[in-house]
Design a protein around this ligand. Structure first.
Ligand code: MSK
Length: 678
């Protein structure tokens, strides 16, 4: 080949390795910013997804690298036959053992991430209870009183034959100490497990999967999945269950509750979503990560008159705070701060050229942010002792609850000072949508039950009479291996078209907001007639934003309230409901999936799961678990087929409950509901 041809070929190859913005995302803001990044010669995750293919054997789940004799790679042979599978690693580990160990380590990592987040929150709560910090307070004492009994903390005291309310500070201190013990108590079981419906709790007990303490279950997985320990994939999955339950009904649930106590329980509020929330004439600060301990203080600092006045001295009209990933959800649901985007939009927020500071803590933060920030004036600030970046343009300001507001003001001031340093032309996509967010167990009760009834009866009645066909939890991440947001949005639209009420969290909720699906008006455009009628009558969106990743526990508790209200069975597995993470990527998603499955929920993932190299293990997760827990895993990358698998499951549950034909509106009283249950 001539030199000239070689240069042309290399140029073509280089060009070919860039992502096609239209193929990469269905979101116009994202498409525009990918194109903008390419125009500026800045590489993003979308380009890397084109130039780097995933490892075929890793994708099958059968690459073992837990000892230094490997990595042992066991791809599925073309002529695979179950009884004749002779694949083994050097130690003899089978494909099933390897895939199960890899899966278990994802459960452990996911549980560790959520639960360590929960631990940080509990530690700050303990500081609040001990009055060691003045920057955080108890904003929702009612929620504290509501959760105290689950920690076996009394809320009243008997004095001279009279029942008196206990001092709230005393209750807080006891709850904080009990909560902290959940990570490492030497004996017993996690206290929150009893919040599950009784039959579910009893099943876990009978199966021997009640978590003992959170840290122990994570350590247990790391031990048993190391070289030469647990070699029975079913036994490994049993520990996956115990660990995942320590996440969903332990660390993550405590994170949600204690955050609500300290920062306020969310209630529906109006905001906006997508990158168009950034403002050219404002100081733009983007918070990204997960723990609201940081972002709560940044919100307060940004809203302080001192900082607003300071911003004006630099020529800015104000401070625009926005979020990425679950930090975005935390400050959205409690303060109405608009999210700028999902996981895959993090680099693009900087590419706008208008981001004065991106402030990150833990989880889902791209290391490449530092490379993108280098091309602009953006200050990239890490704040968590366990999450630093090696690049020299990154500033580390360690956040500490004892001087939280001081740290927050320092960060905000740094962003304001940076406003005059913009060097690239600003390009903010003109794309944003109105949204209603901030739903939770309490607000669903209020909106669908009303202050008079104040319960889940109305929701149940409308499921029984068929106006609402069932419930779907649609949660989880984006994944650069699939078209950004396509599966989330297509799936959600298909579900609501079929009268399925959607509860959403995480980046799925951000995607729904960014595409305008979180408004009551959505109902008239996209919903089936039954769900549309409910949404119009009650004034709620057909897709309810329930918060961040740790707030998936709100879905578990909402489902538990459905059981308590009657008429839809006695256990979570009886409800016409299904769960989904159509664009998952994080190990946290696997931990979430496993606790939903173990709680009785049919749980579908999109994209693909690292199981195909071990068909027996996969079959165990996809079929046999249902006989044990009532829930099971499934995987379907096509969002329409995915939706219809969920709907088929919902219909199966309706049939089992005997409500598959009850399309007429019947006002049910308790006796009717009990008759249905009989
Ligand atoms: S942030 S874990 S990408 S949902 Fe919770 Fe989004 Fe998934 Fe991170």
């Amino acid at each position: 080949m001539s030199e000239e041809k070689k240069v042309t070929a290399a140029k073509v190859e280089k060009e070919a390795k860039k992502a096609d913005p239209i193929e990469a995302s269905i979101d116009i803001a994202t498409q525009q910013m990918i194109a903008r990044a390419q125009q500026l010669g800045i590489e993003t995750v979308f380009d890397r997804a084109v130039s780097m293919k995933p490892c075929n054997i890793g994708a099958q789940g059968t690459c073992c690298k837990i000892c230094n004799m490997g990595p042992c790679r066991l791809p599925l042979p073309k002529d695979y036959e179950q009884g004749k599978d002779e694949r083994k690693g050097l130690c003899g580990a089978t494909a099933n053992t390897i895939a199960a160990r890899n899966f278990a380590r994802m459960v452990a990592a996911g549980t560790a991430a959520h639960s360590d987040h929960g631990r940080s929150v509990a530690e700050v709560f303990l500081s609040v209870a001990r009055k060691e910090t003045h920057d955080y307070k108890i904003k929702d004492p009612q929620k504290l009183l509501q959760i105290a009994p689950w920690f076996e903390v009394a809320t009243t005291v008997e004095v001279d034959g009279k029942t008196l309310d206990r001092d709230i500070d005393e209750i807080a201190l006891e709850v904080a100490e009990k909560a902290m013990a959940e990570w490492g108590k030497p004996e017993g079981e996690l206290l929150y497990l009893k919040r599950a419906p009784q039959p579910l709790y009893e099943r876990w007990k009978k199966l021997g999967v009640l978590p003992r303490n959170i840290d122990r279950e994570v350590v247990d997985i790391m031990h048993r999945s190391t070289m030469g320990v647990d070699q029975d994939y079913k036994n490994i999955v049993k520990q996956c269950t115990r660990t995942a339950l320590a996440d969903g009904w332990g660390g993550a649930m405590m994170a949600t509750d204690l955050q609500d106590v300290m920062f306020g329980t969310p209630s529906p509020l109006q905001s906006e979503a997508n990158m168009g929330i950034m403002k050219e004439d404002h100081v733009n600060i983007i918070v990204h990560g997960h723990e609201p301990i940081l972002s709560e203080m940044i919100v307060a600092a940004c809203q302080s008159q001192e900082m607003l006045d300071y911003a004006k001295t630099k020529g800015a009209k104000g401070i625009q705070l926005g979020g990425i990933c679950c930090t975005a959800n935390e400050i959205l649901q409690r303060h109405g701060i608009p999210p700028a985007g999902t996981f895959l939009q993090q680099e693009l927020a900087i590419v706008t050229g208008a981001c004065e500071a991106m402030v990150v803590d833990v989880q889902c933060v791209f290391q490449n942010l530092a490379n993108v920030a280098k091309c602009f004036h953006t200050k990239l600030i890490t704040t968590h002792p366990m999450a630093k970046m090696e690049q020299d343009n990154v500033i580390h300001i360690e956040f500490n609850e004892h001087h939280a507001m001081e740290d927050a003001k320092r960060i905000v001031k740094m962003a304001i000072d940076n406003f005059t340093n913009r060097r690239a032309e600003v390009m903010i996509p003109n794309v944003k949508h109105t949204q209603i967010a901030g739903f939770g167990v309490e607000s669903i009760e209020y909106h669908l039950g009303g202050t008079f009834r104040g319960s889940y009866y109305t929701l149940n009645d409308n499921i029984i009479n068929g106006r609402i066909r069932g419930l779907a939890g649609v949660v989880g991440c984006n994944n650069a291996r699939t078209k950004h947001n396509e599966a989330h949005i297509t799936l959600i639209k298909e579900l609501i078209k079929n009268d399925v009420l959607v509860l959403t969290t995480g980046c799925s909720a951000l995607a729904a907001g960014g595409h305008g699906l979180l408004t009551p008006e959505t109902a008239a455009v996209y919903c089936g007639p039954g769900l549309a009628e409910i949404c119009e009558t009650v004034g709620i969106p057909p897709v309810l934003h329930l918060g961040s990743c740790v707030d998936n526990t709100r879905i578990l508790l909402a489902a538990t309230e459905v059981i308590k209200a009657g008429g839809l069975g006695k256990d979570l597995q009886d409800i016409p409901a299904a769960g989904s993470a159509p664009e998952w990527m994080s190990e946290k998603a696997i931990a979430i999936g496993q606790y939903f499955v173990a709680s009785g929920v049919y749980t579908l993932f999109g994209v693909g799961m690292p199981l195909d190299g071990a068909p027996q293990f996969k079959n165990y997760l996809f079929n046999e678990l249902e006989k044990i827990y009532g829930g099971k895993w499934d995987c379907e990358p096509d969002p329409i087929k995915h939706a219809h698998k969920m709907i088929a499951h919902i219909d199966k549950k309706r049939k089992e409950l005997g409500i598959d034909k009850a399309r007429e509106r019947v006002l049910m009283d308790m006796a009717d509901r009990q008759a249905l249950e009989a």
